[in-house]
Design a protein around this ligand. Structure first.
Ligand code: SAM
Ligand code: DTB
Ligand code: SF4
Length: 335
């Protein structure tokens, strides 16, 4: 067993100084050692049989100015996706009420924007206030934020802001050219400074080298404090996007990515995010064993399919997993 995985008490002490070598040592450890360590660390901070459920809604679809190579909402690629205007408040509220009735505890509203424009701020704040009034946790993902905007969203009742690093810095230029890695970090700093919980993660299965998956997790784990919420997406490959022909990542490598995230960020919620539609129940079960403790529920992510609710509840039943209830997740920093 690698030395790093030996001392479980030490491993469970959050650190923000992970070297790439150490992160790689964890990722590449013998699979059984890795999973044992990840599950042991997981049990120190989380209920091993409880999974949090978030539901997404695309409040503004398509026509985006950015060129993210994985995304069917970019105006740079022809994927046949129909673009839409910002959704009216009453439709957002209907979707949020339905999500709450279905058991989701967090409602995450996503817009295909490069950045939040001042003209849309009030409409977004009304959506946040509305969802918050239902007693759900609120999350939005709206692209880059300027100084002051994060504070305004916080005042409206925003609990989480999602803004992903997507991949390791050295792999980033292959995927996106219209905004920099530093732009993303700057937005995350503004979110953190405004007292909003940070939700940031990335995408694997984009044809990246193993070192990029390790590098992504190390970058996330070296944020201080750790992000409260870490979505690990498997690419949903969409025809017409530059990455649309990517070969799916081997399942064992996907589980290694989740386990490494759990070990390097012991207290964070690790979300098994996009791409579950293409995964067996057995692969998802391994992800939960490796420390994933959150999923997106509902038959659609933003624009692509997600497993049906009954499939997820059947899976939870088979595994003896309880969905977390509203109010059971503490809103405190992860580190
Ligand atoms: N436009 C905003 C932005 O990119 O910051 C917010 C919405 S964007 C769809 C949110 C995140 O979804 C992206 O950062 C990316 O990590 C993830 N995502 C987008 N398309 C995806 C796909 N096809 N497969 C997996 N994840 C995807
Ligand atoms: C995240 O990390 N994954 C979600 C959420 N944050 C916004 C988005 C997944 C999008 C998958 C492709 C789609 O459905 O459009
Ligand atoms: Fe636009 Fe977000 Fe898609 Fe990038 S990921 S193209 S910013 S919607």
């Amino acid at each position: 067993m690698t030395d790093l995985l030996q001392d479980l008490d030490q491993l469970a002490t959050p650190r923000t100084n992970w070297t790439r070598e150490e992160a790689g040592e964890v990722y590449r450890a013998p699979f059984n050692d890795l999973i044992f360590a990840a599950q042991s660390v997981h049990r120190k901070f989380h209920d091993p049989n409880a999974v949090q459920t978030s539901q997404l809604l695309s409040i503004k679809t398509g026509g985006c100015a950015e060129d993210c190579g994985y995304c069917n909402q970019s105006a740079h690629f022809d994927t046949g996706l129909q673009a839409s205007k910002l959704m009216p408040l009453n439709e957002v509220m209907q979707a949020a009420e339905k999500a709450k009735a279905g058991g989701a505890t967090r409602f995450c509203m996503g817009a295909a924007w490069r950045e939040l424009k001042p003209r849309d701020e009030d409409a977004i704040c009304e959506m946040i206030e509305g969802v918050k009034s239902l007693g759900m946790e609120t999350c939005v993902t709206l692209g880059m934020l300027e100084d002051g905007q994060a504070r305004k969203l916080r005042q409206a009742g925003l609990d989480y802001y999602n803004h992903n690093l997507d991949t390791a810095p050295e792999d980033y230029g292959r995927v996106i050219s219209t905004r920099t890695y530093q732009d993303r970090i700057d937005t995350l700093d503004r979110v953190r400074d405004a007292g909003i919980h940070v939700c940031t993660g990335g995408i694997v299965g984009m044809g990246e080298p193993e070192t990029a998956r390790i590098g992504l997790i190390a970058e996330l784990a070296n944020m201080s404090p750790h992000p409260e919420s870490v979505p690990i997406n498997h690419l949903v490959a969409v025809k017409g996007t530059p990455l649309g022909d990517s070969k799916p990542l081997d399942g064992i490598d996907f589980v290694r990515t989740i386990a490494t995230a759990r070990i390097l960020m012991p207290k964070s919620m690790v979300r098994l995010s996009a791409g579950r539609e293409g995964m067996s129940r057995e692969l998802q079960a391994l992800c939960f064993l490796a420390g994933a403790n959150s999923i997106f529920v509902g038959e659609e992510l933003l624009t692509t399919p997600n497993p049906e609710k009954h499939e997820d509840f059947d899976m939870f039943g088979a595994l003896g997993i309880e969905p977390m209830k509203l109010g059971s997740v503490e809103l405190s920093p992860a580190e």
